[in-house]
Structures are given as C-alpha cells and as structure tokens.
Design a binder for this molecule. Sequence first.
Ligand code: PLP
Length: 413
Amino acid sequence: MKDRPHVAPFDPERLRAEFPALGIEVHGKPLVYLDNAATTQKPRAVLDRIVRYYEQENANVHRGVHALSQIATEAYEGARARIASFLGASGPDEIVFTRGTTESINLVAHGFARSVLGPGDEIVITHLEHHSNIVPWQLAAEATGAVVRVVPIDEDGTVDFDAYLDLLGSRTRIVSVSHVSNSLGTVNPVERFVRAAHEHGIPVLVDGAQAVAHAPVDVRALDVDYYCLSGHKMFGPTGIGALYGKAEALDRLPPWQGGGDMIASVSFAGTTYAAPPLRFEAGTPHIEGAVGLAAAIDFLGAVDRDAAAAHEAELVRYAHERLASIPGIRFIGTSPHKTAVVSFLVGSLHPYDVGTLVDRFGVAVRTGHHCTEPVMARYGIPGTVRASFALYNTKADVDALVEAVDRARRLLS
Ligand code: PLP
C-alpha cells in the first residue's frame, strides 16, 4: 500500500479498544459482536473524522469558489484518491462513489441493460451470490430479453469451476461473481474466473463486499473490469461505497441518474454528460460518508493485514473445532478456501430460535437466509445461524459463542 502509515504489530485487544461499540453491554452482558458480515463496528478515528468534517469542513462540493467549499471538495476528492490507492486502481477517475455494493452492481447492470444486452445474450453469475448480485441482473434480463445463467456450487460451497467454463460462450456479455460468499464464507478464485472470461473477451464484475475487510485487494493484479465495495463492511460509515471500473469499462456505461454534477452542459436542445466518474454521481454526494470511508482506509492502512488475515483464519478454524463438540451441529459452507464466516444449524432447531436465545446471552449473530435464498434452497434449509468475524474478534468471543449456542440448545431441546 502506498501512502501507508506506521504499521503496528497486530494486536486484536489493542484494536478492540479503538471501537467504542465493542465496550457496550446488551441484556446486561458484555457485547460479543459476531455479525461483522452484516456490518462492522466503527473505530474512534472514523467517528472523529465525521465530526471534524461537520465541525470544520462542511460545505457542498465541486460548485463553490469559497474556501470551505474547496476544503470539502479536497476532502471528498481526496477520499476518492484514497480508495483508488487502497484498491490498486490506476487513478481516482476509476472510482465512482455509490451507496454501497448494491448500488454499484445496479449501476453496472443498468448500464449493460441500456447499452450492451439484447435478446438471447447471457449474464453469468454463481449460485452463491447475494441477492444484490442476482436481482439487478434479473431486472436487466427482464428489460432486454437477456438470460441469467447460474454456475452451480458443490456440497461444500465451492463454485464448480468446470461448469463455469462450460457456461462461457459467444452469447456471454458479462460475468458477475462475488469475491467472498457472505453466507458460506467461500473465497472464489477470482483471478481464474477473470482469466477464463477474458479469453472470450467477456468483462467481469466482482462483488467485493465481503472481501476488502479481510485481505488486501489489488484490482489491477486481479485484472477485474469492475469491483464493488461497501464502506460499512470495512469499518466505515453506512450509505457509502464504491464502484471501481477500468477506465474503458466505465466509459462504456451510459449515465444512470440525471441531475447536477453529472453533466458537461445542459440546454433544452440537448444535454451532454461529464466523463466518468462524475457522470455517475448526480446530485450532492455523501461527502461525510466519503471522508469517513477514507478514515476507515487509513485505519486499515495502519494494520498488519497479513497478520490480521492469519488471526481471522485461526478464529474460523477454532470456531469450527469448538462448535463441532455441540451435539447435532451441522456446518453449511466447508470449502477449504473460506474466510471469516461460520454458518451452522443445531439439530432440528430453527436458526431464529437459536439466534434469539444466543442474543440473550450477549452474543450477536445473524440468522436466516442472509439474502442468499438460492443458497438455502440448494441445501434444503430455511436458513442458518451465522457467526462472522472481524480483525477485532478474539478466541474469547468464540468461547462465548460456543457456550451461548450450547446453552440455547439445552434450553430448546
Ligand atoms: N454482496 C455481498 C456478498 C454481501 O454480503 C452484501 C451485504 O451483506 C452485499 C453484496 C450488499 O451490500 P450492501 O447492502 O452494503 O449494498
């Protein structure tokens, strides 16, 4: 990472202390927060940055000559540059601010529907996608007569790569695949997906919502055409995210929302549009979100990411080992390549019942289909209990989870 500050030796206990929300109690018990795949907690540096923005820098961006507007514009555009360097993009113009991964995917799907897709064209996704990487493509298909083709997954939650290769063809217009599955934890071999698609000249979008908080991502090394992320899943604020696109990949997309800032010139005879990324940023943007996200990137920049990834891998291993001792436990998602997510069922107990009781013991997990209904249908289950980890979790959190799940099991059986 280029503008990397001092990287301290990795210490989850020290990191925890930077997150005020990790010190609260729920139901009279210290919070054990294991719902990081839904959203992460925020470090003090992000919270302070947002307050400083409103106290000292707040003005609208791009349109003002006054000093404060220039300060706000510098903060906003500086955040764009920070995301570009965080992802290894060629430059800030390859970063579009969005509300998050969902909006990023919708932007691309909408652009493809308007400029690329036609009847009989194919969009390739996989069976383990989040709804936000399914429904936008279904909408695009509905609007154009294109077809969504789905790569199956194996019993352990690994995408069937041979089936993927078989699906790529002369009608495929885009591949859209997640980097990491939010309900199974499977890490997809994105480089291999991209290489195979590019051999056919097919662009690839990668949904990085669950990846960026867990390992460094280099979009140029991966050679992806589009990469999507959500700030709130990487210690930043909600309501802000980004779409990375190679310059030519963004160029090919038409505008998708009209308004201020996205134009070159407006007249009643006809309007011309700004170049990317502003072409896709109509209206006053989420300035506070952008500067907060930049602060989250700075926070991550001061972390030894390799050590953090090793720590999280050990937590996942330890959680599997300890949970396995609970009678009736069944893990969903056991790919050898997985990260940060442990999904499971306990005997015939409904995941909602387990999750509700576990919460009473202070442990926050998520239950249900996790916006991946096709995954649940694949396994014939209504949902799972999902514990998801971040770099500030510890083995003590896993111990608390195991104890809470076992107590819930005994109470419900
Ligand atoms: N993709 C994956 C894999 C996710 O896990 C999520 C959220 O859980 C999303 C996309 C959507 O992210 P957001 O709601 O931040 O747009």
